[in-house]
Ligand binder design. Structure first.
Ligand SMILES: C=C(O[C@@H]1C=C(C(=O)O)C=C[C@H]1O)C(=O)O
Length: 253
């Protein structure tokens, strides 16, 4: 079998998976690259890789793709690495800047603004805004830098009563069942060795890696998270649709 090209998220939340892959025989069958999530999505969509842990928003572009694992990057309640940071309370913001490294959380922020906070906000991809989305390690320890911060997984849970999954393992082509089984065994091995993974991370005073990797990130892609992803994708389609309708509406209406 040819080597399977894999793109995995380069953030700390994926280190247990990487540890599992690197400490299992399966590594010999992989060409593994570490990328920011939006790049993982790009590579899978453009067939530059066969498999990736990709933002769930990618599923909108790859309806035929298959989720090949019961593990994900998820959260039940606050995740502590996906935020809207803001200079003003959310009820007063008019502009929001998205994170170029994200796909899922950029969408999640817009879903929450529209349906939960009930705000009409102008979204930009660069420049100065009242508030901005940020994900991953860059958010670690960012207390007090901005007067307001909103943990998007916590607010999603308040909005829907559901946990959330930010990223799932997706293949863009059929892979042998034996490979998929070994791949999942390797992921499970990594999760079972999280204590070791945490010991190898550089010490920092302003962030609790143990809490983050053992509790705040929830790696099980269970039925509730599947329900959450289905709802997220439905709301994303609705959001896209209303935005398109708005753009297509004749002026003056
Ligand atoms: C919880 C996180 O989930 C991430 C958020 C993603 C996104 O917004 O597209 C994609 C992958 C995940 O790594 C995080 O990285 O902080």
């Amino acid at each position: 079998m040819e080597k399977v090209k894999v793109s995995a998220v380069s953030y700390t939340n994926t280190t247990p998976f990487i540890y599992g892959l690197q400490h299992s025989g399966i590594i010999a069958q992989l060409v593994l690259s570490l990328d920011v999530p939006s790049m993982c999505a790009h590579k899978l969509i453009h067939n530059e890789v066969d498999l990736g842990i990709v933002p769930v928003a990618t599923l909108l572009d790859l309806p035929e793709a298959e989720i090949i694992s019961d593990y994900c990057i998820g959260a039940t309640g606050a995740v502590n690495s996906v935020f809207i940071f803001s200079e003003k309370p959310i009820d007063e913001i008019h502009t929001l800047r998205l994170d170029s490294q994200s796909r899922t959380s950029n969408g999640l922020a817009q879903i929450l603004l529209r349906y939960y906070w009930k705000r009409e906000v102008t979204v930009i991809t660069e420049g100065v805004a009242d508030a901005y989305v940020e994900i991953g390690d860059r958010t670690f320890g960012k207390h007090g830098l901005h007067p307001y911060r909103y943990d998007l997984a916590a607010h999603w849970q308040q909005f829907t009563g559901l946990p959330f999954a930010f990223a799932v393992w997706v293949a863009n082509k059929p892979l042998p069942m034996s490979f998929v089984q070994s791949f999942n065994d390797a992921l499970a091995y990594g999760l079972a060795h999280r204590t070791l993974v945490i010991e190898q991370l550089p010490f920092r005073l302003d962030f609790d890696y143990r809490l983050y990797l053992m509790e705040q990130i929830d790696y099980q892609y269970d039925d509730k998270k599947k329900q959450a992803v289905a709802l997220y994708l439905k709301l994303m389609k609705e959001l896209d649709c209303t935005l398109t309708q708005k753009m297509q509406a004749p002026s003056g209406l």
